[in-house]
Design a protein around this ligand. Structure first.
Ligand SMILES: [Zn+2]
Length: 277
């Protein structure tokens, strides 16, 4: 038995090799391949990489999943962000992280200069397909992303930033790169990542802009979600942030290793409780 205050030793060795299955989903004339990599038995951790040009996140996550187990869902799209397809002789394109609500699909189609109601339905079905791969029993959905754009960073969420109203709380650590951030629907995950010194955003699940993204969808449905995002190329930083989260999720699942009653709790302020999820 672990004693109070004693750290549970993280598993340092790769113990899982993934079971890989590929699914083919048709959108207009396109067949999009979705790869599902299962590390160990399903353990409630569902990672999803929707932008196929964001391989740094995947490279950082895989060695951790090999140690902790989990499910990784990947959209294969020729290393591109936007998915293109031909439908009724018109070429459409969309951002796969804007397809979990109609308002987002309409916007991403406008951004790509071609819109139609029938093509919208095709895109919507692809979004439903991705969601169908995440069971209701998921303990946490983790979106794997990378960025280059300095316009989108922790600074977007601090007072005066363009997405300030999307955040209920922000931890801005000036010693961290502004592009390396995590954004979550869950207060406890927010606290965990902020306490570790990472740039963290607790999404305001009511006020955040409805853009059809997975974070908004999960926020509305009460699904525990986190997006971990670093600059392209920073695999080690990605791995470190991702590992911190997965070890937290692992520890959380092992109540027998936690002290049943900790007298110190009475003196220490507790982190805010998980909100509506
Ligand atoms: Zn992305």
């Amino acid at each position: 038995m672990a004693q109070p205050g004693e750290q549970v030793n993280p598993v340092k060795k790769a113990v899982y090799t993934p079971l890989i299955r590929t699914l083919a989903h048709t959108i207009g004339n396109r067949t999009v391949i979705i790869t599902v990599m299962q590390y160990g038995d399903p353990n409630g951790v569902y990672c999803i990489n929707m932008h196929d040009n964001e391989g740094t996140a995947v490279a950082g996550a895989i060695p951790v999943l090999e140690m902790t187990g989990g499910t990784l869902i990947r959209v294969e799209n020729f290393k591109q962000r936007q998915i293109k397809f031909r439908f009724n002789n018109v070429v459409y394109a969309f951002d796969p992280n804007r397809i979990f609500a109609r308002i987002g699909i309409e916007q991403t189609m406008r951004d790509n200069k071609r819109s139609s109601k029938t093509a919208l339905v095709e895109i919507e079905k692809f979004g439903q397909k991705l969601l169908s791969l995440i069971p209701d029993t998921a303990a946490c959905v983790i979106a794997l992303h990378n960025n280059t754009n300095d316009l989108f960073s922790i600074k977007s969420y601090i007072p005066g930033g363009i997405r300030q109203k999307d955040a209920k709380a922000v931890n801005y650590n000036e010693t961290q790169d502004v592009d390396d951030i995590c954004l979550t629907t869950d207060s406890l995950i927010y606290q965990t990542m902020a306490d570790a010194g990472y740039n963290s955003i607790w999404q305001d699940n009511v006020k955040a802009k409805k853009d059809g993204s997975l974070s908004i969808y999960c926020g509305e449905k009460g699904i525990r979600y986190i997006n971990i995002e670093t600059e392209h190329g920073k695999v080690d930083q990605y791995r470190e942030m991702f590992e911190h989260l997965l070890l937290f999720l692992q520890k959380e699942k092992e109540p027998l290793l936690q002290p049943i009653e900790n007298p110190e709790e009475k003196n220490n302020p507790q982190p805010p409780k998980s909100v509506d999820n």
